[in-house]
Design a protein around this ligand. Structure first.
Ligand SMILES: [Zn+2]
Length: 177
């Protein structure tokens, strides 16, 4: 993380983001992890900064020129151009405590709307048979009318996030082993 970052300690549940147009894949995953993440369709620096200030969002940007502006807003400069490194960098940089149970899929990855839990019995005709057999928890986006479940992409990402937190605490305990 860059030394220019001006994000101070914020409670995890209060953290909200807004991302510039270069960060689509990252936005998707922040929403999957339950973080309120705005992703405006315009690419106007001043508007991004204004929304970030008005709505108390941390601006995520890869734009070096943008962060050189004076009186910007809370922001994180994203160095990597790879979404996984970006995500793990944010988790590490802000010391996010990812809630792998209740917060996951609490937001729609497409539109940021809060999802609703649905009863497995109700969705039999809406998801592939294999998914129906192997998954138990489903959520629904009332805005996109889309169902979500914890598929293989999600399982791989969980492992990476868990490994990251293990590495974090591992450093402290390494010498005793
Ligand atoms: Zn949606």
């Amino acid at each position: 993380m860059s030394e220019n970052n001006i994000v101070e300690e914020i409670k995890d549940e209060e953290i909200k983001f807004i991302a510039d147009r270069m960060l689509g894949k990252l936005v998707k995953w922040l929403r999957i992890l339950g973080y309120d993440t705005a992703y405006p369709s315009f690419d106007n620096d001043l508007s991004l900064i204004l929304i970030a200030r008005q709505e108390n969002r941390i601006l995520l940007t890869r734009d070096v020129n943008l962060i050189k502006r004076r009186n910007i807003c809370d922001f994180l400069f994203i160095e990597s151009d790879h979404w996984e490194k970006q995500l793990l960098g944010i988790i590490k940089g802000l010391k996010l405590k990812i809630d792998l149970n209740s917060k996951i899929f609490s937001r729609c990855s497409l539109c940021n709307t809060l999802t609703k839990e649905v009863d497995k019995k109700e969705i039999k005709n809406y998801v592939p048979p294999y998914v129906f057999l192997t998954q138990n928890k489903f959520v629904y986006c009332p805005s996109c009318k889309k169902y979500y479940w914890r598929g293989t992409h999600w399982q791989r990402m969980t492992q990476k996030i868990q490994k990251l937190s293990l590495n974090e605490s591992g450093e402290r305990f390494q010498k005793n082993e």
